[in-house]
Design a protein around this ligand. Structure first.
Ligand SMILES: *Cc1c(COP(=O)(O)O)cnc(C)c1O
Length: 355
């Protein structure tokens, strides 16, 4: 894929970089930001000229629609540096595509490719020193859009702000992840906004997640809202189950987000000769497989952690522990995907894009 730069983009450089004050070995995820941010406003039916300027707070009217009606969407992606100091993005076209699907669902304007991809290219290039070499070091990229038009009348805004902010990150060990299967709360419903990367999907999860944490579980495995019998996502990640030597993951739908990691892992697993089935796994099937020993692995898949292995699950007051494996699909696939992202393995899929 070719990246184009927007024909016009203003750049106002920060007077001094804060990079030397950052301890890159001890980053807590999502709390450190680079020197610049990209802003592009939409008004009077048109996208304005994007600007890259020093990272700083900005003013919005207290009646802005984002505060009252939650018109807010985002993406999560990463930049990687290889051993030659080249910087790479991973399947950014997929993020653009999903971002604009989210925009349509939230009655927000779509962001043109030259602003989204061109803006990404320009700002990541400007901040390339913030991308550190070595597996585990990444620059987390957060494109987002909010409704900034004022007025508390409940209707879509006529003004929006698209932004890109960047946060250096290190992969971390999340500790043992135990999950609980949702029996009451739901992440998404048919006809709802579950397939959009909308801010509201996250705030709606915080309370059930807090309850799960109080019971000693790090994450919730979401089930379908109508019957709570089909396994759908793990927290804010897609979820895979390995029963015997087959990997199962639910097909994407109105309730299940179309994860870039998910689809990349499916392609990689197939290439490695691992059998993958895209179909819903029932809670009963999972419990039966745990009981008869055919359940080998459960893992979440998403950009932030790539894969997140799960050590056990709770369902109806019973805790089922997963076996400790010598060779896990989760770690094998994570290794294969990570090596492609860092250009340590050949990218036969054409997923990586040089900045
Ligand atoms: C972002 C997200 C994912 C993972 O998507 P990736 O593109 O792999 O990062 C999965 N589920 C939900 C609900 C998400 O918001």
């Amino acid at each position: 894929m070719m990246l184009q730069s927007p024909s016009e983009i203003d750049i106002v450089r920060a007077a001094a970089s804060k990079i030397n004050s950052v301890d890159f070995d001890n980053l807590s995820f999502g709390n450190t930001f680079t020197d610049h941010m990209l802003i592009c406003d939409y008004k009077e039916g048109k996208w304005q000229k994007p600007i890259i300027k020093p990272y700083e707070p900005f003013l919005i009217d207290p009646s802005a629609k984002v505060f009252h009606y939650g018109q807010a969407i985002f993406e999560g992606m990463k930049a990687y540096k290889d051993e030659n100091n080249d910087v790479w993005l991973f399947r950014p076209d997929q993020n653009l595509d999903r971002f604009n699907k989210s925009a349509v669902r939230m009655a927000m304007p779509e962001v043109p490719e030259d602003i989204f991809i061109g803006g990404l290219k320009t700002i990541v290039d400007l901040e390339r020193d913030w991308v550190k070499k070595g597996i585990g070091n990444t620059l987390y990229i957060r494109p987002f859009m909010i409704a900034i038009g004022s007025g508390v009348i409940a209707q879509p805004s006529t003004q929006y702000r698209f932004m890109i902010i960047l946060s250096p990150a290190r992969s971390y060990y999340s500790g043992e992840v135990k999950v609980i299967i949702a029996e009451h709360y739901s992440r998404a419903a048919n006809g709802g906004i579950g397939a959009a990367k909308a801010a509201g999907n996250y705030s709606a999860q915080f309370y059930p997640q807090k309850l799960a944490q109080e019971q000693g579980f790090q994450q919730i495995i979401w089930t379908d809202d109508a019957t709570h019998t089909k396994l759908e996502e793990a927290g804010t990640m897609n979820v895979f189950f390995r029963i015997n030597d087959t990997l199962y993951t639910a097909p994407t739908s109105e309730r299940i987000l179309d994860g870039v990691t998910r689809k990349s892992l499916i392609d990689l697993a197939k290439r490695e000769g691992i059998k993958v089935e895209e179909r819903s796994v029932l809670v009963d099937e999972l419990v039966a497989a745990a009981k008869d020993g055919s359940l080998k692995e459960i893992f979440g898949a998403g950009t932030a952690a790539v894969v997140n292995p799960i050590v056990g699950f709770q369902y109806k007051e019973h805790y089922y522990e997963l076996p400790k494996l010598e060779s896990s699909y989760a770690l094998e696939l994570k290794d294969k995907l990570t090596k492609i992202q860092y250009k340590q393995a050949e990218d036969t899929f054409g997923w990586t894009v040089k900045i």
